[in-house]
Design a protein around this ligand. Structure first.
Ligand SMILES: [Zn+2]
Length: 461
């Protein structure tokens, strides 16, 4: 079906207009005899005027139409939408022409809106069948080349190309009160900083706003491209129909956001700088603390080294003193030993002389005297044996009584200091007793003298 046809005399006629767009009446072409030869503007095949049961006027191809004719393939729904658009355009006091073809064939508009002065044209495309974004963009560009605006209109839900080109989604409410715009028209909500789709605007109102320039297409700024469709639904859109006011709100909001971003970036830079300074100060403080610690450590090391040096000196000195003392002691002992040996030698020499004075006979006399004395005073016989004299017996001869050492016979006078405590000293004569006493180191009571003659009795023949 189609709304336009080529009249043999009037040329292009439009069934959506009362005068068919050329001063003719519908009744002059509808069911007239003889039949007027009308042609399809698309394929040139014969068409005839028809009226639908609901009173819609249109043209239908004669039987045997070419199957490739786009006009004949368009659905009734498509045609009704075109009619709605044409009606809305005319209500806005613009001319509306249906199924208009470019002279160069680059485009064919479903409905072409033309301003009364003929200066401005805008195509309204009822797009019901699936179409690629590429096709849409190239067809939109072709209109732009001819200085024609365009709005793509879809009665389908959620077509993927909304927002790709200037486009709206439309709906025919169940109440039959006329078509409304369901998608594609949006307002910027300053409080939320986002675009919201405006629903339920009458299609006629929307068309009037667009033709009057109150609503225009707008390329959404990057950060606002996720727009709210109502409820929780969102969609990404590049292009939207909206008012200048919303565009200004978006721009102002964007400036505010950019200012915020710049402010935050500045804040971040300041924080980074502060952090950098803090770290630098920390580094300086750490280095200073480390320097002081090293100095302290060096001081401690020096102190410890000095303490060790002093201790070493003290120790060495002490060792030297001890060594000197040891050597001195050794020397003392060596000298004492030499003195002792010398004294022993002298005493032994003296003792040898002392004993040379006594003959064997005189010795026997003394032994007899000792034996007698011991029997009388010490309660036992004396055991006296002439043995080599020894220093420990003061160079005399030990006298045992009953196994006990009780005295010394003839101790050397010069060795009396060696005589054991309590021991008696037995001597022959008063002279010997006096010699012992003269040396001291013994009390007279301990000297036992037998008053024997000093000189051997000369044997008289
Ligand atoms: Zn045709």
């Amino acid at each position: 079906m189609a709304f336009t046809a080529i009249h043999p005399d009037a040329g292009r006629i439009d069934a959506s207009r009362i005068d068919l767009g050329c001063g003719l009446d519908w009744m002059q072409i509808y069911r007239v005899r003889p039949r007027i030869q009308l042609g399809c503007p698309e394929c040139g095949f014969g068409v005839h005027a028809k009226v639908s049961p609901r009173g819609l006027r249109y043209f239908a191809h004669d039987p045997g139409r070419p199957p490739e004719c786009q006009m004949s393939n368009e659905s009734i729904e498509h045609h009704l939408l075109k009619l709605e658009l044409a009606t809305a355009i005319r209500a806005a006091n613009w001319h509306a022409e249906l199924e208009v073809r470019a002279e160069n064939g680059l485009w064919r508009a479903d409905v072409m809106a033309i301003s009364t002065d003929g200066e401005r044209r805008m195509a309204w495309e009822a797009q019901l069948s699936p179409i690629t974004n590429f096709d849409l963009l190239s067809r939109t560009a072709r209109y732009a080349d001819s200085d024609i605006d365009v709005c793509w209109v879809s009665p389908r839900d959620a077509v993927p190309w909304l927002g790709v080109v200037p486009a709206i989604g439309v709906a025919e409410p169940a109440d039959g009160l006329g078509w409304t715009v369901a998608d594609g028209l949006a307002r910027f909500d300053n409080r939320n900083g986002a675009w919201f789709v405006v629903k339920d605007t009458a299609l006629e109102t929307f068309v009037r706003w667009v033709l009057a320039g109150k609503v225009n297409t707008h390329f959404i700024l990057d950060r606002y491209r996720r727009i709210h469709l109502g409820g929780k639904r969102q969609a990404r859109r590049n292009e939207i129909w909206t008012t200048d006011k919303s565009v200004q709100l978006e721009r102002a909001h964007n400036v505010m956001r950019e200012r915020q971003t710049a402010w935050k970036a500045k804040k971040d830079r300041e924080e980074q700088e502060a952090e950098r300074r803090r770290l630098a100060v920390e580094e300086v403080e750490r280095a200073e603390a480390e320097r002081l610690r090293k100095i302290q450590e060096e001081i401690h090391q020096a102190e410890a080294a000095e303490a060790h040096r002093l201790w070493k000196i003290e120790w060495d000195t002490k060792q030297q003193v001890l060594e000197a003392e040891r050597l001195a002691k050794e020397e003392q002992e060596r000298q004492a030993e030499a003195q002792r040996q010398e004294r022993d030698r002298l005493e032994r020499e003296a003792a040898d002389g002392w004993w040379a004075e006594v003959s064997d006979a005189q010795w026997q006399e003394l032994v007899a005297g000792i034996d007698n004395h011991c029997l009388k005073h010490l309660g036992g016989r004396a055991a006296v044996h002439r043995t080599p004299t020894e220093p420990k017996y003061a160079f005399g001869i030990p006298v045992y009584v009953g196994g006990w050492l009780r005295g010394i016979a003839r101790p050397n006078p010069g060795s009396l200091y060696r005589l054991g405590e309590g021991l008696l000293a037995f001597v022959r004569s008063k002279r010997e007793a006096e010699m012992l006493a003269a040396h001291g180191n013994i009390t007279p009571e301990r000297i036992v003298c037998f008053n024997l003659p000093d000189h051997e009795q000369v044997q008289l023949f």
